[in-house]
Design a protein around this ligand. Structure first.
Ligand code: JDQ
Length: 248
């Protein structure tokens, strides 16, 4: 996959992409990144990328010409997904991330100030994404969130030991708790079922904990989670054993 990012703060994005799994993903050849500054495409003496809004009011708006020139320099003959980061976009979730893995080329437009001239959206943008219902100062962090969530799903990015299929949200439920050594830490013991390690028992324990956590923290997820008959039995047990001590 090729991912190009359009931003007036290229250093922030480049820095973030050169760390950790994103760096490994590039080294492995699963993805290549480009970072582009629309200011480099501004033709006026001051290389302006923003201007006052028509109709008046506070703040500035991203000018259409440098942004358009920048995007057109990236999107040559292939037809990439051109994604505008905006609080008004479709809410980003694991399903959106999974769908984007089918694209060969993503172009993410960050934007700044109060937003972007509407004509850029009308003429070039194919997707609009919001990472959540809060307002940030620009699209750089949202773009990095989308990139991180998509790239970790690409083949060859993580070891075989980590299966995307077992992630939280991939099966529509929250994850069970995790433990490692030591078996007792400050008086808190690892559950016997995990220490003993009978595979069937461990699987059942994990599934029960996933269901229990989802029921208590995110019951809304059950509207879409595919549940087996065994899951329904476990859920019934959990609901009926309401005297249990509440877990965080
Ligand atoms: C930009 C801003 C007031 C936008 C400028 C570009 N989920 C999400 N939250 N915030 C954003 C996305 C986001 C993305 C791009 C952005 C915010 N701003 C600031 C300020 C109204 C609209």
């Amino acid at each position: 996959m090729r991912i190009d990012v359009v931003t007036i703060f290229p250093e922030i994005v480049s820095q973030a992409l050169d760390f950790s799994i994103m760096a490994r993903a590039q080294d492995a050849g699963a993805v290549s990144f480009g970072v582009h500054n629309p200011r480099d495409f501004a033709e006026d003496a001051h290389r302006m990328v923003d201007d006052a809004p028509y109709g008046g009011g506070a703040g500035m708006v991203m000018k259409p010409e440098p942004l358009t020139a920048c995007i057109e320099a990236i999107a040559r003959d292939d037809n990439p997904a051109i994604i505008l980061m905006t609080p008004q976009g479709e809410r980003f979730d694991q399903e959106t991330a999974r769908r984007l893995t089918a694209q060969d080329h993503l172009v993410l437009i960050c934007g700044h100030y109060e937003g972007t001239d509407e004509r850029v959206r009308e003429s070039l943008v194919t997707h609009e994404i919001s990472i959540g219902d809060y307002v940030l100062t620009g699209g750089e962090l949202p773009a990095l969130v989308v990139i991180d969530a998509v790239v970790r799903l690409l083949p060859g990015v993580r070891g075989d030991s980590t299966s995307a299929a077992r992630d939280s949200f991939e099966d529509g439920l929250l994850e069970h708790p995790h433990y490692t050594r030591p078996p007792e830490f400050r008086g808190m013991r690892v559950p016997d079922t995990l220490v003993e390690g009978d595979h069937a028992d461990v699987d059942r324990w994990r599934r029960r904990m996933s269901l229990q956590r989802t029921l208590r923290r995110r019951p809304d997820l059950f509207a879409r989670a595919p549940l087996s008959d065994d899951d329904r039995d476990l859920l019934a047990e959990i609901v009926l054993s309401g005297t249990q001590k509440r877990r965080r």
